[in-house]
Write a protein that binds this ligand. Structure first.
Ligand code: 13P
Ligand code: SF4
Length: 317
């Protein structure tokens, strides 16, 4: 009869992760969309911008990036001498996948004379064809620093691009990409929720469609939405982004109520990013124990991709 190994308890996994972390001088970083138990064990939790900044300044030998692949790649590009691990190599990103590097290069060549701005949710190969990388946390600030008549290509998120065009008055040329989670929130269902909770404020990530941005009390990156909730006086919020952020919102604002916005389809958990949820305690433990899977970036690509990432870090200071 086949023998199956006994399941490791969460408590055992947590204490082994703690031990291995010290032994290997590792830093566990997690995005706000990861499972609650991952955010609980992380040394650092943040939005994409904060994760990139933290990766650039850490003195740990090993980074375990609990997020998605492009976040691990960004950390590796910024810290080529460090070992960057991700718990599951299948943790990709539908938005990054909506921008094929060959097609993107063609698009850039078809529109000469443009400054190319790419959202951090892209592959290293796309970043290599980019002048400045941005995140949702600094896109507006960076675009506003460029001369008003500068011609700009913005990719891959069309909704974020429309938002930045609307707040800056620019007419950036937009790539037509989207995230499968944010692009599926339903205006009707969120309006219905607002009718049931009239005192609730609506917090919207700019990867959501324009009509949702227009009904929002606040549009912002995950960190910006969190900051808004902490400093605002409403008792209740409808949160229109990946529902993992509710863990940190509830932790930071214990007296307030946070409601996860429903997605289009009442039957599915479409307000969750299945890629982010691939990070589990068991996988973090195995990753630390085995020192793999490790992120590798082709050095030639990394050499080109590091410039627009560093430019972003300088411009968003
Ligand atoms: P933030 O930059 O707001 O953390 O968003 C990252 C992301 O993947 C949004 O879907
Ligand atoms: Fe990518 Fe969307 Fe998941 Fe963010 S929520 S990591 S954009 S698939």
């Amino acid at each position: 009869m086949e023998s199956t190994a006994p399941a490791k308890s969460p408590q055992w996994l947590r204490s082994e992760i703690e031990r291995l972390k010290k032994e290997k001088n590792a830093l566990i970083m997690a995005h706000y969309y990861t499972r609650d138990e991952i955010q609980e064990i992380a040394d650092f939790i943040g939005d994409s911008l904060a994760l990139a900044r933290q990766a650039a300044r850490t003195d740990a030998d090993v980074i375990v990036m609990c997020g998605v692949h492009f976040m691990g790649e960004t950390a590796k590009i910024l810290c080529p001498d460090k070992k960057v691990l991700i718990p599951d190599t299948a943790a990709g990103c539908s938005l990054a996948n909506s921008c094929d590097p060959v097609e993107f290069e063609k698009f850039v060549k078809e529109h000469p004379g443009h400054t190319v701005i790419s959202y951090v949710n892209t592959s290293a190969a796309v970043k290599a064809h980019t002048d400045i990388v941005v995140t949702s946390g600094n896109a507006r600030k960076i675009v506003e620093k460029l001369p008003a008549d500068e011609k700009i290509i913005f990719g891959p998120d069309h909704n974020l691009g429309e938002y930045i065009n609307s707040v800056t008055g620019r007419q950036m040329l937009l790539w037509n990409g989207a995230c499968h989670v944010h692009d599926r929130f339903s205006l009707d269902r969120i309006a219905g929720m607002k009718r049931e909770h009239p005192q609730a404020k609506i917090l919207v990530h700019p990867e959501c469609r324009r009509p949702l941005q227009l009904i929002a009390d606040k549009v912002g990156s995950t960190a910006a939405l969190l900051d808004f909730a902490q400093h605002d006086d409403a008792p209740e919020y409808i949160v229109v982004t990946e529902s993992g952020i509710l863990f940190e919102m509830r932790r930071k604002c214990p007296g307030k109520t946070f409601l996860a916005a429903p997605a289009e389809d009442a039957e599915c958990q479409c307000n969750q990013c299945d890629y982010m949820k691939m990070n589990t305690l068991e996988k973090v433990y195995e990753t630390l124990r085995d020192g793999e899977p490790e992120i590798h970036v082709d050095p030639e690509v990394a050499e080109k991709a590091v410039r627009p990432i560093k430019r972003m870090l300088e411009m968003s200071e």
